[in-house]
Write a protein that binds this ligand. Structure first.
Ligand code: NDP
Length: 478
C-alpha cells in the first residue's frame, strides 16, 4: 500500500483565547481561592505552559457545595422541567457554536488528535445536552414513578481522557433531573471545564447550579467526603474508585462508579477482515488507548491469526503520530509524564515476561510525552499485559479456537466494561453477547457511543449506568 506524504495541516490556535490564570467557578462567578494554591496546566505534546489554574482547598469546596445547596433549594429543584430543558438546550447550542474553539482547547490540554476532539468528543458533548434536555420535562415517563424527585447536590469527579465529554456525561443528566452539581475536572485537563463554566454564564444558568472546582486528588477527596454532598459520581481508576466507595458507605452517600477495563475484542475467522482490522485499530489506538472501554485484548481465532497480524502491521504502518492539532494526525500525545511512565513500565514487563513487542517505524517528537502504537504477540492470560489496564496505545494479542474458549478467555478478567465481536453470523453474535460479562458488547464495530445508550460495567469496572433512560436513575430519588 503506498504511503503518502501529507503537508502539515494544523488547525489554528487563534480560535482559543486563554487567560493567564483561572480562578474557581463558584455560585455563577469566577472567584479567587481561599485556601488553595495555583498550579500550571501544560500541553502534553510540547510541555508548554498553557495557563495557571487553581487547586481548590477544603474551604473552596465548602463554598461550592454551599452554593450548590442554595441553588438546589431555592431555584433548580423547584423549577418546572420545561424551564430546566430550556437551559439545557441553550447550553447544547452554545457548545455547538463554540465547538471549534472547544475542540482546539481539548487537543491542546489533553494531547488528543484534533480530528477526534472535533468529530467525536465535542459533537457528543452537544448530543448529551440535547438528549437530556429532552428528558427534563418527561421524567414521569422514564419508568421511575409518576413524579420522580431529584436527589440534591451531586459531587462529580472526572478523569483526563475525555475531559469535556465526561463533564457532559455527569452534568447533563444531573441537571435534567433537577440536581445541582460541584464538579472536579482532572488535574491535567482543567481547561475545557473552565470554558464550560463560561458557557454556563453565557446561558444565564442560575448561579450555583453548576460549580467547577479545579484541583488534584485532594480536592476530589474533599468533595466526595463533604457532608453536604448527596450523591457522588466518579469516573477514573479502580483504585481511587474503591476508596470513594468506602468513603460513600461511611457517610451514606449514593454513588456510581465508572472504572477501568480490559476489554476483549474478539475476531472470528468469518469476519469481514478489513473492517475487523479497522475496528481493532479504532478499539485500541483511538485516543492513544486512554479509553476505559478500549479493546486492549485482541482475541483472534487461530485459523486467521497470521492474516490478521499481517494486516494489522500493515495498517499500523500508515498511522500518523504527531502534532495533535494537525488534521492528519491519528495518534496524539500521551496525556502526562506519569501516564507515559506507566505505559513504559507495563510494556517493559510484557517483554520481560516473554511476549513479543512490535511497533511500526515511527519518529517520536523530541519534546512532550509520546509512545508509539505497539502490539504484543505471544501473550498468555497470565501475563500482566493481559490482565492489567495499560491505558495506552498497546495491544495484547491472544488466540482461541472455539467460541466457548473465546468466552472463557474474554471473561477471565476482574473487569467487565466492554467487549467486541466480529463475525458474519448473527446467531454467533447473540450467543456471544449473552455470555460475555461486559456492560457493552459491540458487534462488528467498536468504541461507538451514543447518549441514548446506557454505559457502565460489571465487577471491578464499577456500578451504575450513564446515558439513556437507565442513566437517569442515578440522579433520581428512586
Ligand atoms: P484517578 O482515578 O486517580 O483520577 C480520576 C479522578 O479522580 C481525577 O480527577 C483525580 O484527580 C481524582 N482523584 C484522585 N484521587 C482521588 C481521591 N482520593 N478522592 C477523590 N478523587 C480523587 O486516575 P489517574 O489519572 O491517576 O490514572 C491512573 C490510572 O487509572 C490510569 O493509568 C488508568 O489505568 C486508570 N484510569 C481509568 C479511567 C477510566 O475512564 N476508567 C480514566 C483515567 C484513568 P487528579 O486528576 O488530580 O489526580
Amino acid at each position: 500500500m503506498p504511503k503518502f506524504e501529507y503537508a502539515p495541516a494544523p488547525e489554528s490556535r487563534s480560535v482559543v483565547s486563554l487567560r493567564e490564570s483561572y480562578g474557581l467557578f463558584i455560585d455563577g462567578a469566577f472567584t479567587d481561592t481561599v485556601d488553595g494554591r495555583p498550579f500550571k496546566t501544560i500541553s502534553p505534546a510540547t510541555e508548554e505552559v498553557l495557563a495557571e489554574v487553581t487547586e481548590a482547598g477544603p474551604s473552596d469546596v465548602d463554598r461550592a457545595v454551599t452554593a450548590a445547596r442554595k441553588a438546589y433549594d431555592q431555584t433548580w429543584s423547584r423549577m418546572p422541567g420545561t424551564e430546566r430543558a430550556k437551559y439545557l438546550f441553550r447550553v447544547a447550542r452554545l457548545v455547538q457554536e463554540r465547538s471549534r474553539e472547544l475542540a482546539v482547547l481539548e487537543s491542546l490540554d489533553n494531547g488528543k488528535p484534533i480530528k477526534e476532539s472535533r468529530d467525536v468528543d465535542i459533537p457528543l458533548v452537544a448530543a448529551h445536552f440535547f438528549y437530556h434536555a429532552g428528558w427534563a420535562d418527561k421524567l414521569e415517563f422514564a419508568g421511575y414513578g409518576p413524579s420522580p424527585r431529584p436527589i440534591g447536590v451531586a459531587g462529580q469527579v472526572i478523569p483526563w481522557n475525555f475531559p469535556l465529554l465526561m463533564l457532559a456525561w455527569k452534568i447533563a443528566p444531573a441537571l435534567a433531573c433537577g440536581n445541582t452539581v460541584v464538579l472536579k475536572p482532572a488535574e491535567t485537563t482543567p481547561l475545557t471545564a473552565l470554558a464550560f463554566a463560561e458557557i454556563c454564564q453565557q446561558a444565564d444558568l442560575p448561579p450555583g447550579v453548576v460549580n467547577i472546582v479545579t484541583g488534584a486528588g485532594e480536592t476530589g477527596r474533599a468533595l466526595v467526603e463533604h457532608p453536604g454532598i448527596d450523591k457522588v459520581a466518579f469516573t477514573g481508576s479502580t483504585e481511587v474508585g474503591k476508596q470513594i466507595a468506602r468513603a460513600c458507605r461511611r457517610t451514606h452517600k449514593r454513588n456510581t462508579l465508572e472504572l477501568g477495563g480490559k476489554a476483549a475484542n474478539i475476531v472470528f475467522e468469518d469476519a469481514a477482515m478489513d473492517q475487523a482490522v479497522e475496528g481493532i485499530v479504532n478499539g485500541i489506538f483511538f485516543n492513544q488507548g486512554h479509553v476505559c472501554c478500549a479493546g486492549s485484548r485482541l482475541l483472534v481465532q487461530e485459523s486467521v491469526y497470521d492474516e490478521v497480524i499481517a494486516s494489522l502491521r500493515r495498517r499500523l504502518s500508515t498511522l500518523r503520530l504527531g502534532d495533535p492539532l494537525d488534521k492528519n494526525t491519528d495518534v496524539g500525545a500521551i496525556n502526562s509524564a506519569a501516564q507515559l511512565a506507566k505505559i513504559r513500565e507495563l510494556s517493559d514487563v510484557g517483554e520481560a515476561e516473554g511476549a513479543e513487542r512490535w511497533s511500526p517505524p515511527c519518529e517520536l517528537p523530541a519534546r512532550g510525552f509520546w509512545f508509539p502504537p505497539t502490539i504484543f504477540t505471544g501473550v498468555t492470560q497470565a501475563h500482566r499485559i493481559a490482565r492489567e489496564e495499560i491505558f495506552g496505545p498497546v495491544l495484547s494479542v491472544l488466540t482461541f479456537r472455539t467460541p466457548a474458549e473465546a468466552v472463557e478467555k474474554a471473561n477471565n478478567t476482574p473487569y467487565g466494561l466492554s467487549a467486541g465481536v466480529w463475525t458474519e453470523k448473527g446467531s454467533l453474535i447473540l450467543w456471544m453477547a449473552s455470555r460475555l460479562r461486559a456492560g457493552v458488547v459491540w458487534a462488528n464495530t467498536f468504541n461507538r457511543f451514543d447518549p441514548t445508550s446506557p454505559f457502565g460495567g460489571y465487577k471491578e469496572s464499577g456500578y451504575g449506568r450513564e446515558g439513556g433512560r437507565h442513566g437517569l436513575e442515578a440522579y433520581l430519588d428512586v
